[in-house]
Each structure stands twice: as C-alpha cells, then as structure tokens.
Ligand binder design. Structure first.
Ligand code: ADP
Ligand code: MG
Length: 261
C-alpha cells in the first residue's frame, strides 16, 4: 500500500481551444503527495497548477488516469461521497475569497454554520480561539475591506481550518503580498502545520522564499511534472526546461539567506 495523501496516476487533462486546437495541460502525470508534509507545485502562469488542484477537489474531471485521496480512488466519485470527500480539504485560494458583506467573525464561522450542527455558543468559542491563534483578536467585527492583505490571508486560513481538514490546498496564497508579509504567511503555514499535522499543497508561480518550507517540489511545465525530493535538488537538474525555470524564478532564492521554519 502506498502511503500517500494524494496520488495521481497517469492523469491527463486537455482543453479544446476555440480554434479547434487541443491544449494538453496534464500529459500523463504521476505524483505522490506524502502525508503531513508540504508539497510545493511550481510552474509558470497557465501551466495547469490551478487545474491540478481542481482535479484533486473534483471540481473538474480528468480525461483519463486515476486520482487517489488517502488510498481511495476518487476518480469517479459522485454525489454525497463527493461532498464527504471535499470536507477533508481546507482550501485557500488566491485573494482569500472572503465574503465582503460578512464580518471577520461571520466569515470564519461560515463552515461551522454550513457543515456542523454546533450551537451558537460552541461556534463563538471556536471562532474566538481561532482569532487568538491567528492574531486576529479584536478584529472580529471588522469587514474584509477594513483589513490589510496579510490579515485577510489569516482570516482565510482561519476559515479553511475550521473543519480540521487533513489536507490543505493553497493556490498562490501570497499573491499581492509584499516580501515581508509573504514570509510571515509562509511561517504561519509552517507553524500551523506543525501544530495540526495536516498535509499541505502549495501552488505557486515560484518556490517559497522560506526555502525549507517545502519537503518536496513538483515543477509543472508543458504538461509534464518533475518531482524533486528537496528544493536544493532542483538546481542540479540537467533538464533544460528545469534549468530555465531555475534561472527565471529561483535566482533570488539562492541569493537570499535561508530562513528557519
Ligand atoms: N475550464 C477551462 N476551459 C478551458 N481552458 C481552461 C479551463 N481552465 C483552465 N484552462 C486553461 O488551462 C491552462 C492552465 O490553467 P491554470 O491551471 O489556471 O494555470 P495556472 O498554472 O496559471 O494555475 C490555461 O491555459 C487555461 O486557459
Ligand atoms: Mg492558477
């Protein structure tokens, strides 16, 4: 038995463009996301990173191949089973996707109201515990528009954590943040993960600046995936497209100092 939180086996996904040409986004990819670790899926814009996450969540179907979550083939799961499958995931998409008309408290409480039968009192307690944990105490009555970018991400993370997911999916979670806030958010991911032990998949157009955040890096390029056991390994790759990727997106990382988790 494979010990994997997520496994893709020979997964293919293509789209037919308006002009009739076929765009192969995933061209038979295989990878394993080990449980309790952080996997970074990196690649240029339009390479299929978000599509990969949508396939995991079954918001989209693969053309062929199989997808396993905790060993279970979910490729053809439908209906109630699919809903149950999705509750295993916490998702933080680009822009945090907060509801502008809801307060911080109500945004965080939303999954508890929708998915559990907890009482108002229990919800109050759980949300306030989260506010404290994510350094948001005192901001519960504010609206998203009144928050800084970093605070919005923390609210999004707090909300995504409410149902204690076993797998967290982050899609370009630091877009729009300055380098200092980016580091802060990645530190927060690392400390939250250390505390709760979830599996983490971070999709990013570059490799997180906190270099040792990633236990595994997957580079997605032109429908293919290359899996690296450590970020350091990437620089030794002899493949031309990997070298190009290193040159264009990783240069800075090697100049910046390593930051401890
Ligand atoms: N629902 C869709 N229909 C057609 N094409 C799509 C669809 N979703 C994504 N694509 C195309 O697939 C490619 C990869 O998209 P995406 O996964 O969003 O890229 P990224 O790596 O930037 O997240 C893009 O060229 C996009 O236009
Ligand atoms: Mg994307």
């Amino acid at each position: 038995m494979v010990n994997a939180a997520i496994e893709f086996k020979d997964v293919r996904k293509s789209f037919t463009k308006k002009d009739g040409s076929v765009q192969h986004i995933l061209d038979g990819v295989d990878f394993i996301v080990p449980p309790g670790k952080t996997t970074v899926i990196a690649g240029g814009s339009g390479q299929g990173k978000s599509v990969t996450l949508k396939l995991v969540l079954r918001l989209m179907d693969a053309d062929s191949g199989r997808i396993f979550i905790h060993g279970e083939d979910v490729t053809r799961v439908r209906g109630k089973k699919l809903e149950t499958l999705r509750t295993q995931f916490g998702v933080l998409f680009q822009g945090s996707a907060l509801f502008d008309s809801l307060t911080v408290f109500e945004n965080i409480a939303l999954p508890l109201r929708e998915r559990t039968s907890k009482s108002e009192e229990e919800i109050f307690e759980q949300v306030h515990a989260s506010l404290a944990q994510f350094e948001l105490t005192g901001h519960d009555a504010k609206y998203p528009a009144q928050l800084s970018g970093g605070m919005r991400k923390r609210v999004g993370l707090a909300r995504a954590m409410q149902l204690q997911p076993s797998i967290m999916l982050f899609d370009e979670p630091t877009t729009g943040l300055d380098p200092v806030m980016t580091q802060e958010i990645y530190h927060l991911f690392a400390s939250t993960q250390a505390e709760f032990g979830f599996t983490s998949v971070i999709v990013s157009h570059d490799i997180p600046k906190i270099f040792n955040l990633a236990d595994q890096v997957i580079i997605l390029d032109k429908g293919r995936m290359d899996v690296f056991e450590s970020p350091e390994e990437i620089q030794w790759s002899e493949k031309e497209h990997i070298q190009d990727f290193v040159k264009t997106t990783m240069g800075e990382i090697y100049q910046s100092q390593l930051v401890e988790k």
